[in-house]
Ligand binder design. Structure first.
Ligand code: MLT
Length: 201
């Protein structure tokens, strides 16, 4: 997958997997990662799917309606890519945090739904429930920050709450931060994620 990698400042620094929103690139969330996790390694990935020229991580049939077969296949593809990148670049695969926005947060959530130890933790900005009817793996103690909008036109409040409760039901330690700026990833939401991340280190 098209990507950018930057090693962390220290060998024991975590690696942040950057997953952009629809129409983004592997570079989009670098500034955000530097603010949330200064000194961390960075693996920014570009989604392999193009929707009218806009990169995404999986196909959708309409806004918020996912092509589940493609989502499942792309989730596996991204998981394998991160495993291979850890070998290629020599970062610690067990110390990877996901940082995703919108479509990128949705595939990060899908990875978590499929694989217990895929991340050390996750920061999900405006995620949806990626798939329903799955039995989730044991997520005991997995720290997850969710940034959401009370008035997000793409992600209704009840969907954010459903995702939080699915994750906590499987044992994750979920922290939801609410804003009132629609689907936007605001400065204050980024600051809340940074404050949360500090409590993880
Ligand atoms: C998605 O397709 O993942 C959601 O609709 C969010 C987005 O617009 O990327």
């Amino acid at each position: 997958m098209k990507h950018i990698y930057k090693a962390g400042a220290q060998p024991d620094a975590p690696t942040i997997l950057l997953l952009h929103g629809t129409g983004g690139t592997e570079n989009d969330l670098i500034g955000l990662a530097e603010m949330i996790a200064p000194g961390a390694g960075i693996l920014g990935v570009r989604g392999n799917v193009s929707e009218n020229g806009m990169p995404r991580f999986f196909r959708r049939l309409a806004e918020g309606i996912f092509d589940e077969e493609d989502l499942i296949a792309r989730t596996a593809e991204l998981g394998s890519f991160v495993d291979a990148a850890a070998v290629e670049y020599g970062f610690d695969r067990s110390n990877v945090y996901a940082l995703g926005y919108s479509n990128g947060a949705n595939i990060a959530a899908s990875l978590i739904f499929h694989q217990a130890d895929v991340f050390k933790g996750a920061i999900l900005h405006h995620p949806m429930v990626p798939l329903r009817g799955l039995e989730l793996p044991d997520l005991k103690g997995l720290p997850v920050f969710i940034g959401a909008g009370e008035n997000d036109p793409i992600v209704p409040r009840r969907e954010t709450e459903e995702l939080a409760s699915l994750l906590s039901g499987a044992g994750a330690d979920v922290n939801t931060h609410w804003e009132r700026q629609g689907h936007q990833l605001t400065r204050t939401e980024a600051e809340a994620a940074a404050a949360w991340f500090k409590t993880q280190a």
